[in-house]
Design a protein around this ligand. Sequence first.
Ligand code: FUB
Length: 347
Amino acid sequence: MRRQLCLLAALALCAGLIPAAAEEEAPQGGELSNYGRDTMEAYGTNPIIRNIYTADPAPMVCGDTLYLYTTHDEDVLVNDFYTMRDWRCFSTKDMVHWTDHGAVFSLDDISWADDRAWAPQAVERNGKYYLYCPVHKTNGGMAIAVGISDSPTGPFTDLGKPLVNEGDWNDIDPTVFIDDDGQAYLYFGNPELRYVLLNEDMVSYDQKTGVVKVPMTVESFGAGSHDTGTSYGEGPWFYKRNGLYYMVYAAFAPGVHMEHLAYATSESPVGPWKYGGVLMTEEGGVFTNHPGIADFRGRSYLFYHTGELPGGSLFHRSVCVTEFTYNEDGSISTVPKSATVRGAGQE
Ligand code: FUB
């Protein structure tokens, strides 16, 4: 039943994904349902999702399609805090035209969770799709849930219990990566970076190794103002490129109470990490930012979020994307936020 409703909703919302003309009058405070429909002129502009508020972008490339999982900031806030109840999926073949697949997983699908449908990441293994999601448990504390599906667009079915359940604030913002040797890693955490070695089933982890705490040093994550004294804040994004492992994350500079994006690299999937520098500054952003990185159709993309949509705020964010390139030695120079997005087929 929920799937049928989702499909209908997705069809109805597709038109709403055509971005709005900048000069169009936008309602304030989150009423976006009819804003910007059918306005062709804004194809290829940021934010890329305009019919709802979205945050915490997590791209996954499968064949000729890039799937983008996001969180969803509800229009109406409860207790003047992040009000987030489901995870959304969008897809594109050209980085300009997007299809809305609606809510693919929700707190309603997780009997043991009641709040905070926060930053997810998806991965495919052996024809199944796994969506790792932080949630607040009905009995208190955060944990990492995993939804399982036969399709990248869901619906995802909850494992039935937490995958990671340390019970503290570090159980947020999972990032998953399967290395060439088949070992899958799930990193997560705020204010510490932690990881587990996922078993081949992707829904359990090596209990002998347990939850490993990454040493939070200035050499690894730069000097900063988060709880560990480093810049590492949250929102890790873990991947490998040309044999080098990258940990991109939301960061706090010394004395700055707003997130920028930074990165560290390592020659091994488990560190030691070496601080690489600022990937995206705080400028033009809101309190949080959250990286998602993918190579697609021969180009490298950095997804992030801002509060740029009309009515935007730290609790009403919107997902954006920009292209970037790697330097020859694998380092990445600071990437500016962008107003436009070039189509993947365009020069
Ligand atoms: O969106 C809720 C939380 O804010 C995410 O889990 C963090 O990464 C930050 O974006």
